[in-house]
Structures are given as structure tokens and as C-alpha cells.
Design a protein around this ligand. Structure first.
Ligand code: NI
Length: 186
């Protein structure tokens, strides 16, 4: 599927809740989203990013070269997510997005969240997610509300291209975030 890029209005729309009865007809979309995420090397993908407006996202991290410091996330399909912080702890994470080519920037994310959602079979899940995995969930859920990481960058001087991130910022970020991951887990 074609990944929509910043400027496409569909990225600024709020996706709508899925009715459980709709899930059988959405299985093909979910499979296509998984394939698209994997082909693009993303850690996650929301339906808006492929031009669909159901509240569906997929996430998977397995030694991702775009984000080698991220702890693994087994393939997860998330329908109708509700993400709530469970405390006030925040962490600054340098993020990128498949819909925002060649740009990264630093955003504040909640470290510990409660995630409630349905999986692709309509089974309800209620989990605590932490650290960078919590950050990935927040980034993807933002997409379903028409929000991009760009909107959450507090300090615009943190914007970098991917090349310049590698060159000037990666080492310090990876050192800090690796210690963070070891402390909080996922
Ligand atoms: Ni994104």
C-alpha cells in the first residue's frame, strides 16, 4: 500500500471506532498494513497512513535498523486503542515517522501507560506498556487522532535529517536511551 506523506489530509483526520462485526471484512486491510509496515521498515503503522480511517494500528520491532535501540515488540494488531498514562513520568524520545520522510525530532512521551484495545479477532487486551514500547504506542495512537510527531516537538532545534542524526546526535541519544531501556524495560 502507498504510505501517505505529511500534507495528505487523511493524516489529519480522526479515524473512527471499529465495530466488532466489521472485523471479518477488515482482515485484508490488516494483512496489507502488516506487509506495508514490514516493507518500509517501520516500527508501527496506523490506518490513516495507508489512507484508511478505521482505528487500527499495527506494531512490530525485531532488530529494526531504523531504530536499533528499540526493544522487540512481537507483531501486535491494535483495534480501538485507549492509551492512558498511569503516572507522570516523561521521557524525551527522538522519533521519526514513515509519513514524514527524512526528518526526526524529539518529543516527550509518557513512560508508563495502560493500553486497552481489541486484537484482530476482537479479543480485549488490557496491558501496561513501558518505555520505548509505550512511546511507539503513543506515536501510533496519535495518528488515529490526526496528530503527527511534528506537532509534539517542543524544541524545533531538535529536527534533523536521518543522515545528520547519524552524524551528530545518534551516539548521545543511543547512550541515554539504552540506559533508559535497561532501567524501565518495555
Ligand atoms: Ni508515524
Amino acid at each position: 500500500m502507498r504510505i501517505r506523506q505529511v500534507g495528505d489530509p487523511v493524516l489529519r483526520e480522526r479515524a473512527r471506532e471499529v465495530v466488532v462485526d466489521e472485523l471479518p471484512e477488515l482482515q485484508g486491510l490488516i494483512d496489507d498494513m502488516i506487509a506495508t509496515m514490514r516493507e518500509a521498515g517501520g516500527a508501527g503503522l496506523a490506518a490513516n497512513q495507508v489512507g484508511d480511517l478505521h482505528r487500527i494500528l499495527v506494531a512490530e520491532v525485531d532488530h529494526n535498523p531504523r531504530y536499533p535501540y528499540k526493544p522487540p515488540i512481537p507483531l501486535t494488531v491494535i483495534v480501538n486503542p485507549v492509551i492512558e498514562p498511569i503516572d507522570d513520568e516523561l521521557v524525551e524520545i527522538n522519533e521519526g515517522c514513515l509519513s514524514v520522510p527524512n526528518l526526526r525530532g524529539s518529543v516527550m512521551r509518557h513512560v508508563n501507560v495502560r493500553a486497552r484495545y481489541l486484537d484482530r479477532d476482537g479479543v480485549a487486551h488490557d496491558e501496561i506498556r513501558r518505555g520505548l514500547t509505550a512511546g511507539t504506542f503513543q506515536h501510533e495512537c496519535d495518528h488515529l487522532d490526526g496528530v503527527l510527531f511534528l506537532d509534539r516537538v517542543v524544541d524545533p532545534t531538535t529536527f534533523t535529517t536521518w543522515d545528520q542524526f547519524e552524524r551528530f546526535h545518534r551516539a548521545a541519544f543511543v547512550e541515554r536511551i539504552t540506559a533508559f531501556v535497561e532501567r524501565v524495560g518495555s
